[in-house]
Ligand binder design. Structure first.
Ligand SMILES: [Zn+2]
Length: 346
């Protein structure tokens, strides 16, 4: 079985974006007239529309490329936690999570949800807990996306190791769900959203975790660092050296019981490096398809985000290793996913 731990609903029907645009317009009008603010109930998307948006896109590519199940969360760049206040984020997150839940109900063998949180800059993360718990309890979601920078590229929140975030971590441990550390769109012109802000954030998260001692307080907490861990695996020697200077334990002990890297790295040399540097127990298959990079690589003739090809071709993995990357590690990192599969006899 091949589990893709990183998929977003990037192909949701247009009505979703139109609803969000109305919400943003109402905000920019200053909410003088609350009647301008759209209600969640005004968004109408039928099951047939959802089905078509998946069957002609993600599911089609999953079948072509040979993956079985995708951990599916709302479109990351659309989370845009910097827009509006908690109430705006809360309505928006609820709508987006419900759509992912409906997709998981329409295609129960192929999709299982991960939640977007209603984060908002300067707002206590514990306000996210009701949405988190609804998604786990009522929707059967198996993970969350945690945005370390709800300001969208201005980094106004404390580091991930700060107690600021602990209410979320307590719930993650209680419900046995990991968080993918995933920023959203950049509203800082210096950082391109997917080319700079995403990769910066992945790298920043790893360094914050090295500097702190978070996993002493939360030995069971699990984070997935997406996009292959940003620059961290490439610069692993730098990070090992910095950990040593900071008098931290070896990264193997300091980080790797709790931190995992996905395989959203879009060329063979990148996957070769990831699988050489990072222990196989810490690598989870993912493609982030259909996402940031949709084109075909002229050097190979295949889509950049067809990451399974690179996992198949790398000389660094045995068949037993590939089982871990494709399935075994995901079952370990996402215990609720494992339980849902076992309940179906898988
Ligand atoms: Zn993503």
């Amino acid at each position: 079985m091949i589990i893709d731990c990183h998929g977003h609903y990037t192909t949701a029907p247009k009505a979703l974006e139109e609803w969000r645009n109305r919400q943003i317009t109402a905000l920019s009008a200053g909410i003088k007239d609350p009647a301008l603010m759209p209600k969640a109930s005004e968004l109408k998307i039928g099951d047939d529309e959802l089905r078509e948006s998946i069957e002609t896109n993600q599911l089609k590519k999953m079948k072509e490329r040979g993956s079985d199940l995708t951990v599916f969360s709302p479109r990351a760049s659309f989370m845009a936690h910097h827009i509006g206040d908690y109430k705006v984020s809360s309505t928006w997150a609820a709508i987006c999570n419900e759509l992912c839940y409906r997709v998981s109900q329409l295609f129960p063998d192929n999709f299982i949800g991960a939640a977007m949180l209603p984060q908002s800059p300067g707002v206590d993360p514990k306000t996210c807990i009701p949405e988190l718990e609804k998604c786990v309890r009522d929707y059967g979601f198996v993970g969350i996306n945690l945005n370390p920078d709800p300001s969208g590229g201005h980094w106004t929140s404390p580091p991930l190791t700060d107690r600021h975030w602990y209410p979320i971590y307590e719930k993650m441990v209680e419900h046995r769900i990991p968080a993918m550390i995933h920023v959203s769109t950049s509203c800082n012109a210096c950082f391109h959203t997917t080319g700079a802000h995403y990769i910066n954030a992945d790298t920043t998260a790893v360094m914050q975790l090295i500097q702190g001692d978070l996993f002493k307080d939360f030995p069971d907490l699990k984070f997935v660092i997406p996009h292959g861990g940003g620059a961290a695996p490439y610069h692993w020697g730098r990070y090992r050296g910095l950990a040593q200077e900071l008098k931290k334990p070896l990264l193997r002990d300091h980080l790797l019981n709790n931190v995992f890297f996905d395989t959203c790295v879009y060329h063979q040399p990148g996957i070769d490096l990831l699988t050489k540097v990072i222990p196989v127990d810490n690598i989870l298959f993912a493609s982030e398809m259909i996402g940031a990079v949709k084109g075909i690589d002229p050097e190979t003739g295949h889509n950049f985000d067809d990451t399974k090809r690179y996992i198949e071709a790398t000389l660094n993995l045995s068949n037993a290793d590939r089982y871990k990357v494709y399935e075994g590690n995901a079952r370990r990192v996402y215990p609720r996913l494992d339980a849902a599969l076992k309940a179906k006899g898988k």
